[in-house]
Ligand binder design. Structure first.
Ligand SMILES: C[S@@+](CC[C@H](N)C(=O)[O-])C[C@H]1O[C@@H](n2cnc3c(N)ncnc32)[C@H](O)[C@@H]1O
Length: 302
């Protein structure tokens, strides 16, 4: 049986009734972290903080609001990701806009941001503005995090998905970063070819698809059925895009420029072997995330 929001009784009127009713539904349908998810849906709909939620438990809610909440509960039962339902996602210290059809930024990608900032902070005195290229910006999570955390950057980002570009530009505007970030539509570095950036770029950073095509079917339904395939599928070995970026970045990075790429937990060795064979980079390293899992590939152009 597929859950349908219009089968949920609207007569649940107090917040407590709605909460308990939704919690039971989520438990029965096996939604992970169900209590937390319902809290977030209710807080978002009522525009209140989690601490206020329980204090408002005996409040009666107007019918249109109950209907809206029940509709959102119904969507979640159909495994639509919470971020698509609320239209918001937290990344770094930013509340980003998000919408269906655009990859939802993950907390583990903050490791990529953190390492990039470390490099920038170490070189802060060396030059006035640092040139960064981000490939596959999605919602703009990485470039917005970098540009809010570090003053002297100019970031050019590319992305193939027009919907993602719309959301990224909305986020750039939201944080007033229009002077520091420019998004270009197109494949990997292609839209940047005409900008004469050869040998001028300090950092190339990217979180591109790295799931093996054969593993897509095994993903959680939230990801597999709702997030865009072009944001997930990394080809037969999962590293199709990463290898292209490592090769093509050689033409853009200045000497001693750095490349940082997010990778899957078991892809470190393949990345090191591939890059070593190119003989163009030094200081190849795989960095772990906070769960002690291989997460970021880093290398410096010779
Ligand atoms: C895993 S998502 C990451 C998005 C964002 N960087 C983040 O961390 O939230 C990968 C992104 O790369 C984009 N992408 C896939 N292939 C691309 C290509 N050939 N050129 C540019 N962008 C691409 C996808 O549309 C998607 O937005």
């Amino acid at each position: 049986m597929k859950p349908e929001s219009n089968k949920i009784p609207v007569q649940k009127k107090t917040l407590r009734e709605l909460f308990i009713y939704s919690l039971n539904l989520f438990k029965n349908w096996g939604i992970p972290n169900c209590r937390r998810e319902i809290e977030l849906i209710l807080c978002d709909a009522l525009r209140i903080s989690p601490s206020k939620l329980y204090l408002s438990f005996s409040d009666n809610l107007p019918e249109p609001l109950v209907e809206k909440i029940l509709e959102q509960i119904g969507l979640r039962l159909q495994r639509v990701p919470l971020a698509y339902i609320t239209g918001r996602v937290f990344f770094w210290n930013l509340e980003l806009d998000i919408c269906p059809g655009v990859f939802i930024p993950r907390p583990e990608t903050e490791r990529l941001v953190e390492e990039t900032l470390l490099i920038l902070n170490n070189k802060v005195k060396e030059q006035e503005v640092f040139n960064i290229i981000e490939i596959g910006t999605g919602s703009g999570a990485i470039c917005c995090a970098l540009a809010t955390a570090f003053e002297n950057v100019y970031i050019r980002a590319t992305e193939i998905n027009p919907r993602a570009i719309e959301i990224a530009n909305r986020n750039i505007e939201k944080f007033n970063l229009q002077d520091k970030i420019n998004i270009f539509q197109g494949n990997i570095f292609q839209p940047l070819q005409k900008l004469a950036l050869q040998d001028t770029v300090d950092i190339v950073v990217a979180n591109l698809p790295y799931i093996r095509s054969g593993d897509i079917e095994t993903l959680q339904p939230e990801v597999r059925d709702h997030e865009p395939l072009e944001a997930l599928d990394g080809g037969p070995d999962g590293l199709t895009y990463q290898k292209k970026v490592i090769r093509q970045a050689i033409g853009f990075l200045r000497r001693k420029g750095t490349i940082l790429l997010e990778i899957g937990y078991d892809q470190g060795k393949e990345m090191l072997d591939f890059t070593h064979d190119l003989d163009k980079y030094i200081d190849l390293i795989i960095l772990k995330d906070y769960s002690n899992i291989d997460r970021v590939f880093k290398a410096t152009l010779k």
